[in-house]
Each structure stands twice: as structure tokens, then as C-alpha cells.
Design a protein around this ligand. Structure first.
Ligand SMILES: Nc1nc2c(ncn2[C@@H]2O[C@H](COP(=O)(O)OP(=O)(O)OP(=O)(O)O)[C@@H](O)[C@H]2O)c(=O)[nH]1
Ligand SMILES: [Mg+2]
Length: 442
């Protein structure tokens, strides 16, 4: 059920099967999105299904931009009120993030519960988060989302909302600190703010842990490839096919939330690390991306990106555009990239695919395990392009570095001098740091 996990402090009552949802979208004639309103609504339908709702109706309006007070214009809002009654909607989902004012006004006008795309995505995230890191990030995103939307009457904290955090001051633990004359709304806001700073600290811990792990991996000296792409493109299926892992891959949006890393050996015997991670989607609010910084750092810190595109999807181009926009926001768009044009088994004429739109594109079917050798060869080639030429004299006591060069680099010349082993060759730029102090500059 839609609200069970994300809106922890609202009592949703007894669940009675899928909630009946109506979807609402404004086709903003001023927006510069590549997405059409139909496609965006289709995607919202898939999101609603993933969250456990049944879509019984949709309504849309063409406007220069959404109305600042009520999202829809007056007349259309009346249509929505009628539709709600006719179809017996329990839930109305808006395809854009609603401002707190819009949210309040719409809640007043409508009987059904009002949520927006962001709340829906957060709900799915909450259902799919498994690790401590994932759970913390989802809660932070939810709190950041709730804070400006608190309106006093409709928020009731429960003691158990603080959960195992107990006396350390979770949202449920603040009884007794109520100051004289303070309204409940102020108290609620204060509790959420203090929970937000608590969460940020905990996530900072997670980030530190992650960066330690990352350094350990760097010490193993393998290039890291992050699998990125639109949600449901087949990232986890491809990850499993490449690494023989068993990550959950399902026909639902945001099946993966927490990153997983495995190593694989490329055809040229080079070992690399591959990380599967959370998918992207259009209209992802910056705040949400910020809350997932710890997870997304796997993408930001990777040497190379393996973008998975569902080439059978009618919106493959729009999805790719969105992925590029988010990568730009993360400042990761310029990394070397290999594109897996996935699900070719569903394409009638694979020869018609315009591969020139994507960097280093390789048609594959992760499900049928087709094109994977070609993909791995392309990955090896792109990694090789990322190698840099170095000329070093490594002291004899640093035998481990000589061995590292032998394992990971391409040696062009090697000679034993009085003060060490002189090696000229190519090594992945991620490893250059290990050799810098032995550079044979003169
Ligand atoms: N026909 C076909 N289906 C595929 C292929 N690859 C993945 N799928 C299906 O696509 C759906 C989504 O696959 P996932 O691997 O979970 O996709 P994902 O990109 O990891 O999705 P999220 O983690 O939810 O963002 C599943 O039902 C897969 O079986 C493919 O090559 N061909
Ligand atoms: Mg996945």
C-alpha cells in the first residue's frame, strides 16, 4: 500500500487492496523537456503500479506553466473534483513536484489523498531500501520533503516513529522538551530539523566508510566501472550476466537502490570492478539526488561508466537524455563511457538502431546473454584508451610496485639499473598515483 512506509507518521488505517489512483499532469507549453505529457503519464502509471496502486483515471491540461496556487486552472480543478467522485479515487497523484501551497490548496479542494511524483518515488524507494545506508538516505529525503509541507493539523508523530533510535532523540523522543507557548507545528518542525541533522551525520559516517572501502579497492588497483542508466533499463540483469552475481532484477521501477560491487576479468585478462546502482528517472528533484549522495558517489568516483539503454523502449532517446542531464548534475558526464544498447532481443530490426547517438555503443541482450563478449572487448578497449604512458625507476625494495605494473600495465621497456627497475610503459590513469614519486623525469 502506498503510504505504509514513506509517510511513517500518518496513520493510514487498515489497508484494503490496491488504492484507486487518478493521475494528473500539466502539459507545460513553456517547459523545455524532451518528454511528452503522454510518455510522462505512462511512466507515472508504472510508478503507481510499482507502489501498489491501481490507476483508474487520468486528467491533463495544457498550460503555459502549472498554476502557482492549484497546479491546474480553476475549471480543470472542478473537472478533477468531478472525476474524483465519479471514479471513487482514494489517491490523486500529480506528475510534478507540488509546492507546499499547491499541496495544501489541493488537499482542501479534494477528498482523496494528494501526493506528487516525488512522494511516489520516495515511497518506492522506502519499499526497496535494504541496507542501513539506503534506509538512512530515504529517510533523509522524506524528511527534507516533509519539512516545508507540515501544516499543523495533519501531522501526528507516533512514539515508534523514532524506532530503535530510542532516547538519543529520534522524532518520537522529544516529549518533555515542549517550551511554553510553542505550537505543535513549531515542535514538529523542530523535531524534523533535528532528525535531519542526525541523519546527515549518520550518512556522513556512511560516506566515510565508503571512501575507506573505495581506497581499499584502489589499493587492489583495479579500474572501477559504474553501471548507470534509466530505471528498468536492465542494469542489474546485465550486472548479473557479467559478474555471475545474483542481484534482484525485476520488471519494476527502482528495484535496485543500494549499490553492489563485484570484480570481473575482461578478455585481455584485465581485472575490473563493476558497480550496479540506483536507476535514474526524469523529474528527479535535486534534493533527492543530494540525499543519495553517498550512493551516487559510486558513480562520481568511477573511472568509467557503463550506461545501459533499453533500446526497445519507445522513449529510449528521452531516457538517454535524462541520464545525461543527471550525469551532468553529478559532474560525471565527461567520464569515458561504454553504452550497452540492451534488450535487442525485443527489437524487430536491430540493424536499424542508430548507434551513433551513443558513445561506444554495443547492442546486447542481458537477458539472453547476447553481445556480452563484444561488450567486454569494448570495455577493455575504452579502458586501454584511458591508460597513460609513464617512465619510472622503481627502487628494488618496492618489488610490489614492479609486480603491480606487470599485472595491470603494458610494459614497453624494462631494464635493471643500479638504483632500481627502469620501466617504460602504459598503466591505467587511476594507478598513476602509485608511481608518481618514482618518475624518471631526467
Ligand atoms: N527482453 C529483455 N528483457 C530484459 C533484458 N534485460 C533486462 N530485462 C528485463 O527488464 C526488467 C528490468 O531489469 P533490471 O535488470 O531489474 O533493470 P534495472 O535497470 O536494474 O532496473 P532498476 O534497478 O529498477 O532501476 C526485468 O524484467 C528484466 O528481466 C533483455 O536483454 N531483454
Ligand atoms: Mg537494478
Amino acid at each position: 500500500m502506498i503510504t505504509v512506509k514513506s509517510e511513517r507518521f500518518i496513520d493510514t488505517g487498515v489497508s484494503r487492496g490496491p488504492e484507486r489512483a487518478c493521475l494528473v499532469a500539466v502539459e507545460a507549453t513553456n517547459a523545455d523537456s524532451v518528454w511528452s505529457v503522454e510518455d510522462s503519464l505512462n511512466e507515472l502509471t508504472a510508478l503507481a503500479h510499482t507502489a501498489g496502486a491501481e490507476v483508474v483515471g487520468t486528467l491533463r491540461q495544457r498550460l503555459a506553466h502549472p498554476d502557482v496556487a492549484t497546479y491546474l486552472g480553476k475549471g480543470r480543478l472542478q473537472d478533477l473534483i468531478d472525476l474524483e467522485r465519479q471514479l471513487d479515487c482514494e489517491l490523486i497523484i500529480f506528475d510534478d513536484e507540488l509546492s507546499p501551497t499547491q499541496q495544501r490548496n489541493l488537499e482542501k479542494a479534494l477528498n482523496a489523498r494528494v501526493i506528487d511524483r516525488t512522494a511516489l518515488i520516495l515511497d518506492i524507494f522506502a519499499q526497496h531500501a535494504r541496507t542501513r545506508e539506503g534506509i538512512l538516505q530515504v529517510e533523509l529525503a522524506q524528511m527534507e520533503y516533509r519539512l516545508p509541507r507540515l501544516s499543523g493539523q495533519d501531522v501526528e508523530f507516533t512514539r515508534q516513529a523514532g524506532g530503535s533510535r530510542g532516547a538519543s532523540g529520534g522524532v518520537g523522543g522529544a516529549i518533555g522538551v515542549r517550551g511554553p507557548g510553542e505550537t505543535k507545528l513549531e515542535i514538529d518542525r523542530r523535531r524534523i530539523r533535528s532528525r535531519i541533522s542526525e541523519l546527515k551525520e549518520e550518512i556522513e559516517d556512511v560516506r566515510r566508510q565508503r571512501s575507506i572501502h573505495r581506497r581499499q579497492r584502489e589499493a587492489q588497483a583495479m579500474p572501477v566501472i559504474a553501471v548507470v542508466g534509466y530505471t528498468n533499463a536492465g542494469k542489474s540483469t546485465l550486472f548479473n550476466a557479467l559478474t555471475s552475481a545474483n542481484v534482484l532484477a525485476e520488471n519494476m521501477l527502482f528495484a535496485t537502490l543500494d549499490p553492489v560491487t563485484r570484480n570481473i576479468t575482461l578478455p585481455n585478462h584485465q581485472e575490473i570492478l563493476v558497480t550496479d546502482t540506483v536507476g535514474f528517472i526524469q523529474k528527479l528533484p535535486t534534493k533527492l539526488i543530494a540525499a543519495f549522495r553517498a550512493t551516487l558517489e559510486e558513480v562520481v568516483e568511477a573511472d568509467i561508466l557503463l550506461e545501459v539503454v533499453d533500446i526497445s523502449h519507445e522513449n529510449a532517446i528521452e531516457q538517454n537524455e535524462t541520464v545525461n542531464e543527471i550525469l551532468e548534475e553529478l559532474e560525471a558526464a565527461d567520464k569515458p563511457r561504454v553504452t550497452a544498447l540492451n534488450k535487442v532481443d525485443l527489437v524487430d530490426d536491430p540493424d536499424d538502431i542508430d548507434t551513433s547517438l551513443y558513445p561506444n555503443a554495443v547492442p546486447v541482450s542481458a537477458l539472453k546473454k547476447r553481445g556480452l563478449d563484444n561488450l567486454m572487448e569494448t570495455m577493455a578497449r575504452v579502458i586501454a584508451e584511458d591508460m597513460v604512458e609513464i617512465d619510472v625507476i622503481i627502487p628494488y625494495r618496492k618489488g610490489d610496485l614492479v609486480e603491480l605494473f606487470h599485472r595491470r600495465g603494458n610494459i614497453e621497456k624494462e631494464e635493471h639499473l643500479e638504483d632500481g627497475v627502469h620501466i617504460v610503459g602504459r598503466i591505467h590513469r587511476a594507478l598513476r598515483g602509485y608511481f608518481l614519486s618514482y618518475s624518471n623525469a631526467g
